[in-house]
Design a binder for this molecule. Structure first.
Ligand code: NAP
Length: 450
């Protein structure tokens, strides 16, 4: 029987664990957070219940008798990769892309500039995201980037608290949304509409918001020759363009919020004294290859808050190699490469393997490639010296690490359902790490910080 550790309980890790249970394998899924499901819990927008419902599938895997969940255990600090090898014949790292990319422009450190990662973490109730981080007293907000995360944060900013009440957002977040002063949201793309990374379904949602008008300048939708050939080659892009063209013709109805979609502009400076007063934008032009360059023509967009949403980046894990340029652990088809050679017993899946691209379902195929590599290597894997399945639990207990087990997680689920019931809402997230740990250890519902 093989013993495998999966590091990370997001979709890639849990899909990998599920595939492993089809063989004679015992799997421990470790996560640095007390709660499982990674970005499904802490990244998918709360108003996307269909995508969030994937957690029911992931839940079944973690509930499997051959799988154990070991939450609140950080690999790299509390237990090293080398120490993990003592307990497992193979390890699969699925630690994702934990940090955001920066703009690298003057003034980016000013108060009022945030990463989308922070904002998403805040409204998703991530234990590392302080609930008092955002006040939303800005009237105008710039969202930089033209991907699906930029759409998510724009949509959440544009929605009223009432529209989000029927979700699992923490109650404190709802209170901030209730007093939000945000009226204008500028979503800024540095290239043209054909190069934007939005998926059509997610883009179209903006046009159906009850509380916001979408404004598009038709002159920014004009297409060059390269755009036309790109459209011909990828007809799905036409659906984005159709939506944008429809909005460019649509009369403004006077909703309290306005979403301005701007193309071919890039931020070059955050303007202000101590806090953000504006974002200097430079107009760009896009060449035949789809690359952009600045035109030198700039203007200042008056905004009091900037959210950069320009992609994520993986972090190195101590004890494993790292490709700093790509932000991934170097690998071939999921086998970790050390000094250019695959290492039997070390694997990767998900964003730390391929970079932050694709939708949740992409991780299923990605994980199956990795698990296939592991299974092919199985006979040659160096056996872990400690075969007792309780060895890892003893190791962690000796170091006073409060492991959250599957039973502990189920207590958290029940507490969240109970809190939702008390508030007259569906299950509501408990965000504070101490509270989560107390509930998981069976101490019951804590005081008012949840
Ligand atoms: P993304 O899709 O890679 O988009 C990043 C955007 O930032 C691109 O438009 C990029 O423009 C722009 N950008 C990069 N550097 C910039 C800079 N210095 N200044 C201005 N703009 C800059 O990343 P993401 O939105 O973070 O999404 C990550 C992944 O999660 C994607 O695969 C996405 O589809 C997925 N996701 C899916 C959903 C969903 O299915 N509902 C929701 C959220 C996220 P260029 O193209 O010019 O580089």
């Amino acid at each position: 029987m093989l013993r495998v550790a999966v590091v990370g309980s997001g979709p890639a890790g849990v899909y990998a664990a599920g595939l492993l249970t089809q063989g004679d394998v015992r799997v421990d899924v470790l996560d640095r957070l007390p709660c499982p499901f990674g970005l499904v819990r802490y990244g998918v927008a709360p108003d996307h219940p269909k995508i969030k419902s994937i957690s029911a599938t992931l839940r079944k895997v973690l509930d499997h008798p051959a799988v154990r969940f070991l939450g609140n255990v950080e690999v790299g600090t509390q237990i090293t990769v080398e120490q993990l090898h003592r307990f497992y014949d193979a390890i699969i790292i699925t630690s994702g892309a934990a940090v955001d990319r920066h703009l690298g422009i003057p003034g980016e450190q000013r108060a009022g500039v945030y990463s989308a990662t922070d904002f998403v973490g805040w409204y998703c109730g991530h234990p590392d995201a302080p609930l008092d981080r955002f006040t939303l007293d800005a009237h105008s907000v710039a969202v930089v980037g033209a991907g699906n995360v930029a759409l998510d944060v724009t949509r959440i900013l544009a929605k009223s608290a009432d529209e989000l009440r029927d979700t699992d957002v923490p109650d404190q977040v709802l209170q901030v949304l209730l007093s939000s002063q945000v009226a204008d949201i500028y979503l800024l793309a540095r290239r043209g509409p054909v190069q934007a990374k939005f998926t059509p379904k997610e883009l179209r949602e903006l046009g159906a918001l009850a509380n916001a008008d979408v404004l598009v300048d038709s002159t920014e939708l004009e297409l060059g020759e390269s755009d036309l050939s790109r459209l011909a080659a990828a007809p799905a892009l036409r659906r984005n363009l159709d939506a944008l063209q429809e909005w460019a013709q649509r009369p403004v109805t006077g909703h309290p919020r306005r979403i301005h979609l701007r193309f071919r502009v890039r931020p070059v400076e955050v303007v202000g004294d101590s806090a953000v007063a504006g974002l200097r934008l430079e107009r760009t032009e896009v060449d035949q290859q789809g690359s952009f360059s600045g035109t030198g023509s700039t203007y200042v967009l008056p905004v009091q808050m900037v959210l950069r949403s320009v992609g994520y980046r993986g972090l190195p894990l101590p004890g494993l190699p790292f490709d700093d340029d790509a932000g991934v652990i170097p690998n071939v088809a999921g086998r970790v490469l050390r000094a250019g050679r695959p290492v039997p017993g070390e694997y990767v899946a998900g964003w730390i393997k391929r970079g932050p691209t694709g939708v949740i379902g992409t991780n299923r195929h990605d994980a199956s490639e990795t698990v296939a590599a592991l299974v092919a290597d199985a006979a040659a894997l160096p056996a872990a010296p400690i075969r007792d399945p309780d060895g890892i639990r003893d190791f962690l207990a000796e170091r006073n690490i409060d492991v959250v087990t599957w039973e502990g997680w189920r207590s958290i689920e029940r507490a969240e359902a109970e809190m939702g019931r008390v508030l007259g809402r569906q299950p509501v997230k408990i965000t504070d790490r101490d509270s989560l740990l107390r509930i998981a250890s069976g101490e019951g519902m804590p005081g008012p910080r949840i």
